[in-house]
Design a binder for this molecule. Structure first.
Ligand code: ATP
Ligand code: MG
Length: 372
């Protein structure tokens, strides 16, 4: 039987280096078992006539990647994350030229537009920390007067880069701490209100940043934490929470991202450590899972079809669940790190099973027929 073909839209980060190649290898291996051929390509690999691609195909038998010319597949799994304006334009151009292809997920929005969109839903809005766009210094000060801590985050930031936390310790004194654009830790410093703007003068905050109420997430040992939830469509086209894991940041970090040195821990284990009560933990988990599914449905209604999303959740000392961020191209390594092998396997196979479901429901889902 000819395998069904799924194209992975990727991006060269530097000379021929692809982000997530090991994920694509695993997709290829599982895909092989399910009768799906994975073709990895970037917008730079499309021929002049825009019909063929010079794809990377993983040969399961030899364990090697091979380059092959192939017709553009009808279904595309876009895995391109934000890596600067240049790459962003390249991907947008590809998607604009190849509008007729079927994409597993529609594009979402930056952190600010996402916050505005999510605020439209009253159930989700209850879980959103107060957030404003940074227009001027006063926007930040106003939020800092209302909340004990605030986070400054770039609208298009990823991986915990360029993030500052400000905490009020008295009426006139604040603690500033963060991560620069290269993700280096900015050590904690005590500053006065008037020093804030001087300290942040080189950060180009205006129009580029959001200011967000900070949730209290410091553990007893001084490290911060949060949770990453992966929500995916299954082989029946229905939303499921595949898993949720805790992340604990390294010492002196205001972010918990794994790429910034964070460690992963099971959700229940971390919640038990914090709340020490099974019923409380179960009810928090239930609330978080429901929120995850609500968000997935909402995003689909608002932005069009999706196949998976990752959300960063914060659970405050009272057990209230907050949504920190939505990730349209989530990674799944966190489940491997905590040893949840079955969750990890599902996290990889679900996009494949969903692609097959789409294929089998072609007419219903309006996927164009493959041309030879
Ligand atoms: N409002 C907040 N309150 C407490 N902690 C926060 C808040 N916002 C962010 N953080 C911490 O900073 C980390 C990074 O923030 P966020 O997820 O918004 O951006 P990012 O990681 O740069 O984006 P991405 O997840 O797309 O890579 C969070 O995982 C969390 O540890
Ligand atoms: Mg994040």
């Amino acid at each position: 039987m000819t395998p069904y073909r799924l194209g992975i839209l990727a991006m060269y980060l530097s000379e021929q280096r692809l982000e997530e190649l090991s994920y694509f290898r695993k997709l290829s291996t599982y895909g092989h078992k399910l009768g799906i051929q994975i073709l990895v390509f970037t917008p730079d690999d499309v021929d002049k006539n825009k019909k063929k691609i010079k794809a990377l195909v993983y040969d399961v038998a030899s364990g090697k990647w091979q380059r092959k010319w192939a017709l553009l597949p009808e279904l595309i799994y876009d895995r391109c994350r934000y890596h600067g304006v240049h790459n962003f334009h390249k991907i947008s151009r590809f998607r604009a030229v190849h509008k007729k292809l079927h994409y597993l997920s529609s594009p979402l929005a930056n952190k600010w537009s996402m916050h505005q969109a999510l605020s439209e839903d009253s159930v989700i809005a209850d879980h959103l920390p107060a957030t404003v766009r940074y227009n001027d210094h006063q926007d930040m000060i106003r939020l800092l007067k209302q909340h004990q801590r605030i986070y400054l985050k770039p609208r298009n930031g990823t991986g915990g880069r360029g993030i500052v936390r400000l905490q009020r310790i008295s009426n006139s004194t604040f603690l500033m701490q963060g991560r620069d654009e290269q993700r280096r830790i900015i050590p904690q410093q005590k500053i006065s209100e008037s020093q804030i703007s001087t300290k942040l003068s080189s950060w180009r905050l205006q129009g580029r940043y959001i200011v967000q109420q900070g949730i209290s997430l410091t553990l007893k040992d001084g490290r911060v934490h949060d949770f990453r939830m992966l929500i995916q469509k299954d082989g029946k086209g229905e939303w499921q929470v595949t898993g949720c894991a805790g992340r604990i940041g390294p010492m002196h970090s205001v972010t918990s991202n794994l790429h910034g040195g964070g460690t992963a821990i099971g959700m229940e284990k971390l919640l038990m450590r914090r709340f020490g009560n099974k019923e409380k933990v179960a009810s928090i988990q239930q609330e978080a899972y429901k929120l995850g599914i609500d968000i997935a449905h909402f995003l689909e209604r608002k932005f069009g079809k999706q196949c998976e999303i990752g959300i960063d959740l914060a659970i405050d000392p009272k057990g209230k669940v907050w949504l920190l961020e939505v990730n349209p191209k989530p990674s799944r390594e966190v489940f491997y790190r905590i040893g949840e092998r079955e969750t990890y396997r599902k996290a990889i196979t679900r996009p494949l099973e969903y692609a097959l479901w789409l294929h089998h429901n072609k007419n219903k889902n309006k996927i164009p027929e493959e041309q030879d």
